[in-house]
Design a protein around this ligand. Structure first.
Ligand code: 3HC
Ligand code: NAI
Length: 727
């Protein structure tokens, strides 16, 4: 039964029962309507409590139904209107979550009681839509414009205690919210309900609403770069202040329809489900997420407390896992300790604000700092984050293998070195795995979990489960140079560099990609990461520096096009933000405000003159095509090589680790939306004119999929089934 009804004396308890999250599918809505109508009709019932089974109120509309052929026939707002107009008091008992349509349902009830650990919110904006069952009209009427706008536009989860302070819920309880709601229902029987019907209230405000919302709109346009849903949310909230309720609802409906027509909801909902599907890993041998048990990670260690190590320690501690943090010498240890303690103080502060710190501590795992590998003897899992140098990594793994207990897992945070080579120096290659965090590691959600040739299924399960514990989106990938995300970045950055050679300036290329929706264009991103990182790696490969054979043309390596511009900047000490100068200039070393640098313009003009490069007329559209299709083409190669198990995995990596705009679904989704034939044509045209850029040669898989008519992305796996799988 999708909804059940029971009786506690004169109070009817209607329970939504649709595991796992009590989403409001059509059958649930139909059952709700039926149970509610019967409770209203039954003269022995004086009040109604609405709750959810399994400790969850409701996670909103069933998102799967949005894209299904049988579009929903039941109006959620219709149900809400029925509930609100009931003459018998209705109390929502909120446990777990009341999100989206779930909160809208609760807002139509006359009272709301929440468990202290519950969260409420209207996260529709995160799946490309707006609350469309009265949420944008009822919430401002309850808590005012600024607070409602913040919740609706950011889609954030509001903890019960904050919801109580804001007035969203009437009571917060530590024990059963259902029992408390039944008690409240009994108390309010016979009391007037008029003021409890939110739709009949007007929005209260003492601000200039138009000016406030205009500012919010401008800010949202800048912040969300092309995403339409936040803007529609603001329009809908404006309607709540300007229009009577029913007309506000009509506006909500219209805005929903226009959003749907943009294609953004489909992209974001694809991204929502992709994010959940990547946790369901499967190996060619049949082991899977649901038949391999992860080992518990009760204690962990981190080696190296630089940029990454300090974030990883914080992330583990935030998950309440005690950590041992090891450095190479006292100076580095002190530096690392100071940084970690600073990050942990901020985390403790946040937990305190949320009321999540426990009486016996601040809710964070303890951190013990050391220089001594012997201290790691009893630890369950270690994450190495020392410099990106194979010999150093091997030395560290040799030590770890000899000192740690035999069943301890050994993880490396390398951004692209060979996991098998690192594992080869240990006595337990089956327990070695790549855990590639992204910077800053305590904030970024992505974790690439890299399987080596000998990595066991249990090790994979443990690393994937640890990722979940840390609140990350963990994606299992195969072992190849640079893995998935960074490997795709190479051809993308090459194209960005070539565009500079051909006449563009960094800020122009960045602007095109930022207008597309990227959080940061390629040059600002390189400046942030540090240009010296790539420079050192190119020197190691002999692409630049003293190991380049004499007579090598400046713009060619082994017959392929090469762009030396970044090397030239590094030779001048322009490493990006850290040195105050890179592709841009900054207010000081470590400064964050990128300003176009006239020096760079001059430098690029001279460079083009030196090499007699003719400026070309390239449209912003072509900038996008060249950079994005280069990235996408490499994505297809990765699928072809069996390094990622599906296009969704790649998209989740790009959405969560590389600032790809979620309203465009991810690079592979984008390719499918643009049309594979179109992508193929552009790549073919470019490669024909530029045979010395092999990364633009269309991949076999792209050609194959385009040849069968460019099937929808969900059908690509059928084609992939016949390709090798290196997971
Ligand atoms: N509809 C359909 N399926 C949903 C769903 C929803 N609203 N919310 C979650 N699910 C599914 C997930 O896809 C997943 O399915 P799977 O087990 O087959 O992979 C399962 O429920 C569990 O979800 P999570 O793995 O995300 O579980 P967590 O415990 O980590 O998180 C959650 C639970 C916080 C509820 C999270 O799932 C979430 O944020 N859900 C989306 C909430 C949302 O966006 N609601 C608004 C919906 S749109 C709406 O209500 C429109 C209205 O305004 C008219
Ligand atoms: P970093 O240079 O900031 O820090 C490295 C730390 O390791 C230093 O504090 C150093 O003292 C310590 N160290 C060196 N040898 C050691 C030893 N023998 N024992 C203990 N500690 C030792 O480097 P960063 O950026 O933190 O990178 C670390 C690893 O993470 C590298 O493999 C890198 O490729 C990878 N990575 C880096 C990312 C980034 O954005 N910086 C992103 C993802 C991965």
């Amino acid at each position: 039964m999708a909804a059940t009804r029971s009786l506690s004396r004169t109070v009817a308890l209607i329970k939504i029962n649709h595991p796992p999250v009590n989403a409001l599918s059509t059958p649930v809505c139909e059952a709700l309507i039926k149970e509610f109508a019967e409770a209203i009709k039954d003269p022995s019932i004086e009040a109604i409590v609405l709750c959810g089974a399994n400790g969850k109120f409701c996670a909103g509309a069933d998102i799967r139904e949005f894209s299904s052929a049988s579009r929903r026939t039941v109006s959620l707002e219709g149900i809400n209107a029925e509930i609100e107009s009931s003459k018998k008091p209705v109390v929502a008992a909120i446990e777990g979550v009341a999100l989206g349509g779930g909160l809208e349902l609760a807002l139509s009830c006359h009272y709301r009681v929440a468990h202290i650990k519950a969260v409420v919110g209207l996260p529709e904006v995160l799946i490309g839509i707006l609350p469309a069952a009265g949420g944008t009209q009822r919430l401002p009427r309850l808590i005012g414009i600024p607070a409602a706008l913040d919740i609706i536009v950011r889609g954030r989860h509001v903890p019960a205690t904050e919801a109580f302070q804001l007035g969203i819920v009437d009571e917060v309880v530590q024990s059963s919210a259902i029992d408390a709601a039944v008690q409240m229902a009994r108390k309010v029987i016979g009391k007037p309900l008029a003021s409890r019907r939110l739709s009949t209230n007007t929005v209260q405000y003492n601000i200039n609403v138009d000016a406030f919302l205009d500012t919010a709109l401008e800010k949202a346009k800048r912040q969300f770069r092309g995403a339409q849903a936040p803007l529609a949310c603001i329009d809908a909230v404006r309607a709540s202040a300007q229009l009577p309720y029913q007309r506000g609802i009509e506006k909500e409906r219209q805005l929903f329809a226009s959003l749907w027509a943009t294609g953004q909801p489909q992209a974001q909902q694809y991204a929502f489900f992709a994010e959940r599907n990547v946790g369901k890993w499967t190996l060619p041998s049949g082991e899977r997420w649901d038949n391999v048990r992860p080992c518990p990670v009760r204690t962990a260690a981190v080696i190296g407390l630089g940029t990454m190590g300090r974030g990883i320690v914080t992330s583990l501690s935030k998950a309440n896992i005690p950590v041992i943090a090891l450095e190479q010498d006292t100076k580095q240890l002190d530096l690392g300790k100071k940084a970690v303690n600073g990050l942990l103080e901020r985390e403790a502060e946040k937990l305190k604000k949320q009321g999540s710190s426990s009486p016996d501590g601040n809710g964070l795992g303890s951190v013990h700092f050391t220089l001594n590998f012997e201290d790691l003897k009893e630890v369950d899992l270690v994450i190495e984050a020392v410099y990106e140098n194979m010999n150093l990594k091997k030395e560290v793994f040799r030590k770890l293998s000899s000192v740690m207990k035999p069943d301890a897992f050994l993880c490396t945070n390398t951004s692209g070195l060979d996991i098998d080579e690192i594992a080869s120096v240990t006595h337990r290659p089956e327990l070695v795995i790549g855990t590639h965090f992204f910077s800053p590691a305590n904030i970024m959600r992505l974790l690439e979990v890299v399987r080596g040739r000998h990595t066991s299924p249990t090790t994979i399960a443990t690393a994937m489960s640890l990722g979940k514990t840390l609140g990350k989106v963990a994606v299992l990938v195969g072992n190849c140079p640079l893995f998935v995300g960074n490997r795709m970045l190479g051809p993308y950055l090459d194209q960005a560099n070539y565009l500079l050679e051909e006449g563009y300036y960094p800020e122009e290329v960045d602007q095109a990609l930022e207008e597309f929706g990227f959080a940061m264009g390629p040059f600002r991103m390189m400046d942030l990461a540090g240009l010296d990182v790539g420079w050192r790696s190119r020197m190691e490969k002999g692409l630049t520096g003293s190991r380049v054979p004499p007579g090598t043309p400046a713009r060619q390596r082994e017959g392929k096009r090469y762009c030396p511009l970044a090397d030239m900047l590094c030779e001048l000490g322009r490493f990006g933000q850290k040195s105050g100068k890179g592709w841009y200039q900054y207010e000081k070393p470590g400064g964050r405000n990128a300003r176009p640098d006239p020096w760079i313009r001059d430098f690029l003009d001279k460079y083009r003159n030196t090499y007699h490069i003719k400026q070309q007329a390239i449209s912003p559209e072509q900038i996008l095509q060249r950079c994005l299709y280069a990235l996408i083409n490499e994505g297809f190669r990765i699928l072809e090589d069996g390094i990622a198990s599906g296009p969704e995995d790649i998209d989740v990596i790009y959405n969560n680790g590389y600032g790809w705009p979620k309203h465009r679904g991810g690079p592979m989704f984008h390719a499918s939306a643009v049309g594979l034939h179109e992508v193929l044509m552009v790549l073919e045209g470019y490669h024909k004119a530029n045979p010395d850029v092999p990364s633009m040669k269309p991949s076999f898989l792209l050609k194959k999929l385009a040849a069968v008519g460019g099937p929808p992305i969900k059908e690509w796996r059928t084609q992939l089934g016949k390709l090798p799988n290196k997971l």
